[in-house]
Structure formats: C-alpha cells, structure tokens
Ligand binder design. Sequence first.
Ligand code: ADP
Length: 560
Amino acid sequence: MTKTSPLQRPRTSGSLPATWSALWKGSVRFRTTVLTVVLSALAVIIACVWMALAIQDRLYEARKDQAMTAALQAAAEAQSLLDAANPEGDPGKLQEIMGGVQTRVANLAATDYARIVRSPAEASTTLAPVPWVTTPFEANADMLTEGLRERVRDQTTRQWLQAVEITMPSGELVPGILIGQSLRFPEVGMYELYLAYPLDEEQQTLLFVQRTLWLAAAALLFIIGVISWFVMRSVTAPIREAAETSAQLAGGDLGVRIVVDGEDELATLGRSFNAMADSLEGQIKELAELSLVQQRFVSDVSHELRTPLTTIRLAADMINDNKASFDPTTERAAELLHAQVQRFEGLLSDLLEISRYDAGSVQLEIEPTSLAHLAEDVIDSMQQLADQHGSNLRLVAPGGYSPVDMDARRVRRVVRNLIGNAIEHSEGKPVVVTVDSNQQAVAIGVRDFGLGIKPEHIEHVFDRFWRADPSRKRTIGGTGLGLSIALGDAKLHGGTLTVWSEPGNGSNFVLTLPRVVGGAITVMSSPIAVEGQDAETPMGTLGLTQPIDVVLDTDLRGKK
Ligand code: ADP
C-alpha cells in the first residue's frame, strides 16, 4: 500500500477552478501572494484613480484660469478701444472700429475660436457693424446655446462660462470652455463676444499621465507579487522542512532533525523542534530498554522456575498417586496441590512463550495440515471436559479438509484454547466448531451460546493477563494469557483472530489462516463470518453486533 504524506503537494490535475482551489488550499505561499497582490491592486487602483482625478482637476483649473484671464484681457482691451472711439454716426467708421476690435481680440484672446454678435434686443439700425465669426468657431456654431447668450445679455459686467465639446479642424472631438462677455459699441449698443478654448492639449497630457500611471501600477503589482512570492518562499521553506521532519518523526524515524541555520525565529523553531525530538528519542529509548529489561526478567525468572517446578511436580504427582492411603483431609490437600502445580506449570509455559514472542525468537514449524482433522482431534481430546460441563461439543465442517501449510502444534494450541474457553463459558449449552475454506484461506470458528462478553470487555479479551471475572472458578487455563498467545500465533501465520460476542447470546471466535503462510488475507476474506450464528442453523446470522478486528492492535498490546 502506498502511503500519501499529508505534506505532499495537492494534485493539481483536473479543471482550472479545481487546480486553483487545490493551490489555494494547499499552499500558504500561493495564498499569501494572491492576497498580497489583490489587496495591493485595490490600494494601487484607489491611489491611481485619485491621482488621475486630481491631475485632471488641476489641469482643467489651470487652463480655465488661463482662458478666463486671456478672454478678460481681450474683452477689456476691445472695450477700451470702443470707449475711446467716436464714430459720429458714420457706418464706415463703425465698421473700422469693429475691425480694430477684431484685431485686438485676435491678438489677445489666445484662441482661434472667436465670435462677436450683436445682441438681438438692440434696435435695428443700418449703422451697426456686421457681426464677426472665425472659421473654426463657425464650424462649431452649435456650441453656443441660447441659455449662455441670455446670461451674457442679462449681466453684462461679468464673464460667463460653459463646458462644451469642440470639433477640431482634424475632426477630433475634444472638451472645451466657451466664455461669453459683453461689448458696448458706441452709438449702436450691445454686442456679445464669445471665445472658445479647446482642451486638446490638456486631454493629451491627461491621457499620457493616465497611461503612465496604469503602467506604473501594473509594474508595481508585478514587483509586489514577485517580492511576496520570494519572501514567502524564504519563510515557508523552513516551515515546510519542519513539517516534513515532524511527519517523518511521527512515522517512527526518530533520528531525523531540522538543519538549523542562523539566529532568527525560524532557527529558534528548528532548535526547539530538535530539542523536542532529542528528548522524545531519549524517552523512547529509555522505555524500550526498560521493556527489554522487563522481558528479560520474565524470561529469566520463568527459566529459573522450571527446574524446581519440575521437581515439585514429580513430588506432587507421586503424592497424588498415593492419595488413597491418606486420611480425607490430607487426600484433599494432595489433590489441590496436584491441580495447582499443574496450573503453575501451564502459567510458566505461557510466560515462556510470551517472552519468546517478545524476544522475536519464535519460528514456525510449517507442515501441511488438514484443519478439519486437527479440529476433530482437539474435539475428541476435549470431549471429556465438555461432558463435565454438560455441553454438547459439535463439529460442522463443510470444508477445510485438504492440507494447508501451518504450524500444527501452535494451531492445535489455539484451537484447544478457544474450545476450552467456549466450554468454560457455555453454561452447559452447546459449543459448535465450524471449519471451512475458500480460495484464499481456511478458518475455524468456535461458537458458544453461554455467558458472552460485555461490549466494553471485548476489546480487552486479547490483552495479556486480562480476564473478565478473575474470581470465576476455573478448571482449565485461567492465566489470562491464552488468547494473547493465540493472537500472536495467528499473526505469525499472517492470519487473523476475530471475535463477536453478546452477553447472554454467547461468543464466536474465528481463526483465519491464509492458504500460503504470509499470504494476504483480510477479515472480510474469511470463509467463516464472525457474527454470531444460531445453534440450530449454524450458518444463520444473528448479526446484532459488529465484529471486532483486534488483529491490528497486537503490536501495541504486546508492548504493554
Ligand atoms: P484464560 O482463559 O486463561 O482466562 P484467555 O486469554 O483465554 O485467558 O481469555 C481471556 C478472557 O476472555 C477470559 O478470562 C474470559 O473472561 C474471556 N473469554 C474468553 N473466551 C470466552 C468465551 N468463549 N466466552 C466468554 N468469555 C470468554
């Protein structure tokens, strides 16, 4: 099975939104860079718009002031010429004065867009000089509105302004300012002077400024993005290394450390991490050593006890053989001694087996064995115990006859333990042993209909020295090591040992062994379902509780 590290980069295949979403979720660097660029873009856009508007206002105001001053000067000069003139009712003189006015306006107004028009309210007279309009103004005659003219007529002493659009000789439409003022002609009355000022140059300047601003903004954003990418890289690289190292540490590689460089916060993080890893490694080593000492102690004590115990057993056997010649009290004591010495021996051999597991020195002695026949043998040997408990011990074996490679001695011990436990907890009810096989595995199930195991106890049945009720009267076993050893045996074969149980409905223990030792099997591929089966219809399913697969926990339990 290939393990996927949580630190691996997310896959970025697939549609574009999925790619972006994966990048967004999976990379702090990407997220921070995008956020920085987006927020900076907002700030830059606001700044650029504000600057563009300010520059536009400034340019417009400056041009307006300039135009008004020029127009005022032109009008004032023209009016002073008019005030000094004395036409004496001569139309020729009046027209001459108009010519002078035109020249002054043309010289001083600083625009080609000029028009002098007689106010319509004036009485018509043949004396009045002909109005004047320049060609560019005439081309834009529409810009002069009646509203502006009325205002100019109403208040003759001031300038009137109107924003207009002017078509340039090139055909380009540009914004402009139209200024209206009054001129008083001697003897003929009021005339109106209109001067238009196109803002084409200002528009050009504004366009140039705007273009430059946007270009500068884009360049600025690009630079901000690149800088934030590199800054984030320098920050996230050590964090990523720390995360990867801690993942390796969590995976059991206690020797990994972070390469610490410099004195900054990240270096402090690295140093603290390394100190933590050192302390963790030290503690784990200490615990492992302690556990080794404990294992060795159990193994040594068990070995040391063997010799005196053998002598005690021989003596106890001898006394037991002669118990008929003792008085009843001594006879009972001899029986008790015999039984307890036997239990002690059993406990000692279990302890030795467990210490062999802990030392990792267990070797399987593989031979082709028929599980169905093995089960039959064990049942025969345990028939007497079943009778003593009033239990009917039955074998149902639809399969499992053909020989499969296994360590027969160990499998026999497991089956004996399972059947012994079942008889002990069956409360006189039947015990059904099922053997079956499929393509991958052979399995044996031992089902009793007795006490059952409470749900909160099920997860402990494979623990060392665990017994549901330590005070219960025991006839066989009773050390609390049997199932722990059985699980070790199953694992050694690459098999599983699973349990289903329900208080009052009994229990079902299923041992599944692969056809080839070490072959891949799962609880699901077992030929026997672990859920409880009915006494009368052995293959029926009660299915009230879920099976518990305890196989995966063995390593942890073994280290307790
Ligand atoms: P032992 O039988 O020597 O006490 P085991 O490891 O074989 O030790 O069993 C551990 C405990 O699991 C037993 O003490 C018992 O409480 C419980 N147990 C095992 N098999 C059954 C069963 N078939 N029904 C009910 N409880 C059981």
